[in-house]
Design a protein around this ligand. Structure first.
Ligand code: PLP
Length: 405
């Protein structure tokens, strides 16, 4: 099915999928198989030899995700962090990464603990200031890693602006080429611009169109959308990079099972519908919270009060997402009470499901960030983060109103 000719919602439902050739089943079957029978040794159908390398359910999902992000290569992983691992394996010992200062905690841990151990280094900067990124880049920088909107401060980063910096980067000391180790044998010739698009989802933003080399998703969040699975994805339109990433996907092997791929395919069919409701609800709740006497500050990219509101309007489409952060007046204790008292908003980490969640970054998701660093990021003790779901918005505001009373 040609994807270019269709719009986003149509692609959500159809891209990558066609009736099953065996029976005409309209839904892509769950191919629960580890291997495929060969006609003659080394002669197999459509590249299907072993399910780590290729599985038809996963292939349909990967093609679907590639279409939604405007890429040509989609790759599915067993988690968002497995997808990150695949990107970082494109780098070499001694390479340097520029990371946004409030990058997802698990992404930071992987960089800081797993890859630092492999003699890679990183610098964290406030990416709302392009000059800081430029200052942090060295001739050894091989990746610039950002999330927009970020977590939990919902900072919006100018992707085309970062692209320009990456293009003008002075890259030294490329290292040797060793064809004997396949696609990974050639050094990266310029830094990869990696955009973690988890918070926006492809419905709101397509980073490849703004200059990203590769887009990462924790599909655990909006793409899965139902809080019932853990998965990740990478999408690129750079064929050579796609080949490298695919090589590692297969060689390291952190692939999702067929059932999870089926669940994700079912989920992306409603991505545009869910996101529309997430955005509408979040906008109403953000405006309502801004008027609330117990709330000190609301952070939502759709509000005129957001420091990068103009950039968000330019870079995002259809809305501003389902994530809101706000500061409850009085600090830790009053905010703790709110989290204990909500009923519809469940107290839990994670985000992006149809049901609303509430969490306390300083105590929960960002507890591992030392207090002084939290203060610099703006993660106040009274800060709470809402993942606004798809319920009726009046029920959500009355739940919050009751909890804030
Ligand atoms: C959850 C999350 C991840 C990690 O994904 P997992 O699926 O939990 O491995 C990465 N980035 C962001 C922005 C996330 O929210």
């Amino acid at each position: 099915m040609s994807q270019e000719t269709h719009r986003f919602g149509t692609n959500c439902i159809h891209a990558g999928q066609s009736p099953d050739p065996t029976t005409g089943a309209i839904m892509t079957p769950v191919y629960m198989t580890s291997t495929f029978v060969q006609k003659s040794p080394g002669v197999f159908k459509d590249g299907y030899d072993y399910a780590r390398s290729k599985n038809p359910t996963r292939q349909a999902l990967e093609d679907n995700l590639a279409a939604l992000e405007g890429g040509t290569v989609g790759l599915a992983f067993s988690s968002g962090l497995a997808a990150m691992d695949c990107v970082l394996h494109q780098l070499r010992a001694g390479d340097h990464v520029v990371l946004s200062d409030d990058v997802y905690g698990g992404s930071f841990r992987q960089m800081d603990k797993v890859f630092r151990h492999m003699n890679m280094s990183y610098t964290r900067v406030d990416m709302t200031k392009l000059a800081e990124i430029e200052k942090a880049m060295t001739p050894k920088t091989r990746a610039v890693w950002l999330e927009t909107p970020s977590n939990p401060m919902l900072k919006v980063i100018d992707i085309p602006g970062v692209r320009k910096l990456v293009d003008s980067a002075k890259v030294s000391d490329l290292g040797t080429t060793d064809k004997s180790i396949g696609p990974l044998g050639s050094p990266l010739e310029k830094p990869l611009l990696v955009v973690d698009n988890t918070f926006a989802s492809p419905y709101l933003q397509n980073p490849l169109a703004h200059g990203a080399d590769v887009v990462l998703h924790s599909c655990t969040k909006y793409i899965g959308g139902h809080s019932d699975m853990v998965a990740g994805a990478l999408i690129t339109k750079d064929e050579a990079l796609g080949e490298r990433l695919k090589y590692v996907q297969n060689a390291v092997g952190a692939v999702p099972g067929a059932m999870d791929c089926f669940l994700m395919l079912r989920s992306t069919k409603t991505l545009h519908l869910r996101m529309q409701r997430h955005c509408e609800n979040a906008m109403k709740i953000a405006q309502w919270l801004e008027q609330h006497s117990k709330i000190e500050k609301v952070i939502y990219p759709g509000l005129a009060s957001h420091p990068q509101h103009a950039l968000a309007k330019k870079q995002m489409r259809n809305g501003f997402g389902g994530m809101i952060s706000c500061v409850v007046k009085g600090g830790l204790e009053p905010s703790r009470k709110v989290l204990e008292k909500t009923k519809l908003f469940s107290l839990a980490e994670s985000l992006g499901g149809v049901e609303s969640l509430i969490e306390h970054p300083a105590i929960m998701t960002h507890a591992s960030v030392p207090a002084p660093a939290r203060a610099i990021l703006g993660i106040a003790d009274g800060l709470i983060r809402l993942s606004v779901g798809c319920e009726d918005v009046e029920d959500l505001t009355s739940d919050l109103d009751h909890a804030l009373a």
